[in-house]
Design a protein around this ligand. Sequence first.
Ligand code: ADP
Length: 385
Amino acid sequence: MLRVGLTGGIGSGKSTVAGRLAGHGAVVVDSDRVAREVVEPGTPGLAAVVAEFGPGVLTGDGALDRPALAKIVFSDDAARQRLNALVHPLVRERAAELVAEAPADAIVVHDVPLLVENGMGALYHLVVIVDTPVDERVRRLVTSRGLTESDARARVAAQADDDARRAVGDIWLSNAGTPAGTNAAVDALWTTRLAPYEENIRLRRHVDRGAPRIVDYDLTWPLQAERLLERLRLAVGPRAIRVDHVGSTSVPGLAAKDVLDFQVVVPTLDDSLDEPLAAAGFPRHPEFVSDSSGFPKRTHVAADPLRWANVHVRTRDSPFARHTLLFPAWLRADDAARAEYQEVKRGLAGDFAAIPEYAQAKEPWFDQAIQRAQAWADATGWRAG
Ligand code: ADP
């Protein structure tokens, strides 16, 4: 199962995008609809709301009187918080049930208006943000939903801003243009990423990346890594001692392969992480079972066709677990060492048709570099933290 979180500001076009994804076969879980269902007549949710706010929030036929409730909570922050505390857990629980009920090969799209505000990004393999400029959103809300302009602007202002969304979104889908243009972008997203990602997860298949290619440092790597780190931490839970973004992409300014590396340190190597990591989109690779001097490790490789990543699982007594943290720390601190390493990488990358051979060729340089990194650690008192 592939879980996709879909969000964006009010009026950005989430429902429109969700509809197109449903047309491709996605199972759409609509949080707004679930929020209405959990307070339908006869539900414990409605009973709880009435117990809190009184029978004045009911219509004559016993349904929730939304305008009456809105009147109470929109002018009173404390009342709104009480309402949210009652309803949000019910919505989360019911939405989680609907996701769990989806078939094993489903691509589940969870349309959540407040995904960013509620810090839910790590629950999904991918988060898609529907992006439409504020003025255009306001125009659409006024013309199609009958809101006044000031009401539309107030609702926009009450939500997360674009910077907050940028931190959480893996994919930005512009809906600033025509519906046809957006539909084409959704179709491409489905065929190039969502469908193959789901299949890879189901078949426990990682992505083959071909020949090594060094690219300039990418300023978006830290945010991308942060998102994957949160997902990994959620997947491994308390089994791991620590999870870190490591490797060249964790060194600002360093050119590198566009592959994010992570290290999970565990007390002992066993199979207990195989299933949680595979389900989170990182199936175990059958090879790469030891570091150069024979220390056992495990390697998981991302199933996402467009976000390449590796997860190295090591025990805390493996010297490589520490080296893997020390080496980027040293490169971050030492400009000359960083430049030297970049030259080595660029020099070797073109010589090899596959990444393992390229990595092997870097070993001699590593062997002497790690001693210099250790000298730096001794001199500065660096510790793994
Ligand atoms: P959301 O679910 O994010 O609040 P909707 O999908 O309901 O947003 O879209 C808001 C309104 O804008 C709807 O009436 C929809 O028909 C309209 N709309 C969506 N996409 C476009 C577009 N590309 N061009 C013009 N109108 C659009």
